[in-house]
Design a protein around this ligand. Structure first.
Ligand SMILES: [Ca+2]
Length: 504
């Protein structure tokens, strides 16, 4: 913590402890009171979870976590793509502030002097460990490597690779030999521990046992690779989701034809994934849901170890995904749109004092809010110029933390309030607008931006969004130097070579 005192936010460690912690009372290398952090991040997981009201999901462990903690019903990522979203919530900066709006940009190329959330905990004496995918990693191409990791963020890292990497030649794909950006799936065999995510969970268990023995305060970041493509999991998880019970979104829905051109292009970007047959769509949805259930089981493994070690009563658990995911909604699959399906993420936090277990926070929040929320909980001062807010300070004061959640993507941006979503394309909306009324249109099928009856709502939301956007684009001191010339690095060859051709 080398920031000058004037730049530190005064931290209310608690309201519970009954005193204020000023900038001189958080000595370097001495954690506040042994509070630990367990950050669990899934890749490409949407809100198709039991605790988010999806009755066909099988996610008992994540649901149990929500029963014990707080579920944020309207949490939104700041960019619906892996790398930019992860850079955003791990630095607490909007993508327009960091300039990181593509995958494969190295953090220190873009932000040489920024202090990431895990790095802040390192600076404050925590043992900070990463297992699996936290910063961007081509998935599955770079499983087994460190991906585009940020070394200053971690004391220790683990990059396992399991049978899912060795079985790539068996995977069904809409484009032969491509698994990362293309819908691909495979019902495999074996035990969970043979898979990369099973290995991630088992390493996490071992680390928790070590932490319990050593009593060193820790920040453990566990990044699962599923349910990102390829949707590959042990066969038993497919059995939870029989094809007969799979619903496919209305494939005849064509409201996209009336949208601004950039929105249409976002939905029609991948020709191989348009107008899939009903049988193919069902197989893909089944495999995605199986992958979600598989990840749920791995989350259960980690939480079980946390409980068995006795660390659960002073460890903050945060579970989230880097962005949402379409499974045929609006005729689209995967991410990279500005619809609810791509921006909304599961976010569950357990361990906050004074919060009723099983509570639901219904107001829109942003993933950049994690930085101040987690730091404040641990009693660690952070740069006050960061744009996020402490969710639980707002919660405890019954306040409305945000008027809406803001998400950028390419030439567009969207703002989700409690009842509406407004989306602009082009500078100031020069390429068009969308407006959805969630009180009557939760699936965002009717763009009412031009409806006469919505003129007042539209004008008011447009004014609000452009005003907030203007603030969000100002680079805070916390970013340090920003290199706007940072560009994605070239891809590295797969560690196990090119996959074999699929056998007949
Ligand atoms: Ca992702």
């Amino acid at each position: 913590m080398n920031q000058p005192c004037r730049s530190l936010r005064v931290v209310y460690v608690a309201a519970n402890l009954g005193f204020l912690l000023g900038c001189t009372s958080v000595p370097k290398n001495v954690p506040a009171d042994g509070r630990n952090v367990l950050l669990i991040v899934a890749d490409d997981l949407n809100c198709s979870l039991g605790c988010y009201g999806d009755s066909s999901a099988f996610t008992p462990h994540i649901d149990n976590l929500a029963d014990q903690g707080t579920r944020f019903a309207q949490a939104h990522c700041q960019y619906p793509l892996c790398g930019p979203s992860r850079t955003s919530f791990l630095t607490g900066l909007y993508p327009s502030q960091s300039g990181v709006r593509e995958n494969r940009v190295l953090l220190r190329d873009a932000l040489p002097s920024v202090v990431t959330l895990p790095q802040l905990f390192r600076q404050n004496g925590y043992d900070v460990v990463r297992i699996g995918k936290l910063f961007h990693y081509d998935n599955p191409g770079e499983i087994g490597t460190a991906g585009q990791d940020d070394n200053p963020s971690w004391d220790e890292t683990y990059n396992p690779a399991g049978r899912d990497k060795r079985e790539e030649h068996l995977i069904h794909s809409l484009v032969q030999g491509r698994f990362g950006g293309t819908l691909s799936w495979y019902r495999s065999l074996g035990n969970d521990e043979e898979y990369t995510d099973g290995m991630v969970a088992q390493i996490a268990r071992r680390k928790l046992e070590e932490f319990a023995d050593s009593q060193v305060p820790f920040f453990l970041a566990v990044g699962f690779f599923r349910p990102h493509t390829p949707f590959l999991a042990p066969s038993k998880y497919f059995d939870f989701h029989p094809l007969e019970g799979i619903d496919v979104p209305n494939r005849e829905e064509d409201s996209w034809r009336d949208l601004p051109q950039p929105a249409q292009r976002s939905l029609r970007a991948k020709s191989s994934q348009l107008d899939l047959s009903i049988d193919t769509a069902k197989a893909i949805i089944q495999a995605y849901r199986a992958s979600v259930s598989f990840v749920d089981a791995q989350v259960g493994q980690v939480l079980d170890a946390l409980k068995k070690t006795g660390l659960d009563d002073h460890t903050l658990v945060i579970f989230l995904s880097d962005h949402g995911y379409h499974l045929g909604e609006h005729g689209h699959w995967q991410k990279q749109t500005l619809f609810e399906d791509a921006t909304r993420v599961p976010l569950i936090v357990r361990g906050m004092q004074d919060v009723i277990p099983g509570s639901i926070a219904g107001q829109p929040v942003e993933l950049i809010d994690l930085f101040p929320t987690v730091s404040t909980w641990a009693g660690i001062a952070f740069d006050e110029s960061l744009p996020g807010i402490d969710l639980f300070a707002s919660w405890n004061s019954d306040g409305n933390p945000r008027q809406g959640a803001y998400t950028e993507w390419r030439k567009g941006a969207t703002f989700r309030t409690k009842n509406h979503r407004i989306t602009r394309w082009g500078e100031g909306g020069s390429l068009g607008w969308e407006l959805y009324d969630h009180t009557v249109d939760p699936n965002e099928l009717h763009n009412v931006a031009d409806d006469a009856s919505m003129v007042q709502t539209f004008d008011s939301l447009r004014h609000l969004m452009l005003s907030i956007e203007s603030t969000n684009q100002q680079v805070p001191d916390a970013a340090g130097e920003v290199n706007r010339k940072a560009r994605p690095i070239p891809r590295t060859p797969p560690i196990l070579g090119q996959p074999h051709s699929k056998m007949p």
